[in-house]
Ligand binder design. Structure first.
Ligand code: FES
Length: 95
């Protein structure tokens, strides 16, 4: 794990417990309390989806305003990766 946001100003702190989820079918190991975006950024995944024109999109505001980080969480599209905390077994896909 290269970098970590250990205490998000809105979502709170992370702790040492590990949580496993998938992103586009890849198993990701995160810290309990990580947002999806923080967990992916920590392992170098910056592209969360592509626009209709094929442009890469990812974390931008980090606080739920811009919707650039939209992903599909357990089949629900439009979830903001910067606000949704990872859960064990969660399935996340590019939106
Ligand atoms: S990065 Fe802006 S809403 Fe998530």
């Amino acid at each position: 794990m290269r970098s970590r946001l250990l205490d998000h100003p809105a979502l709170g702190p992370t702790d040492e417990r590990l949580v496993r989820f998938t992103f586009n079918g890849r198993i990701i190991e995160a810290r309990h309390g990580d947002s999806i975006a923080a967990a992916l950024l920590a392992i170098g995944i910056r592209v969360l989806r592509h626009s209709q024109r094929g442009e890469a999109r990812g974390l931008y505001c980090g606080v739920g305003h811009c919707y650039e980080c939209r992903v599909v969480v357990n089949g629900m599209s439009g979830s903001r990766a910067c606000l949704v905390l990872v859960c064990e077994g969660m399935r996340v896909e590019a939106d």
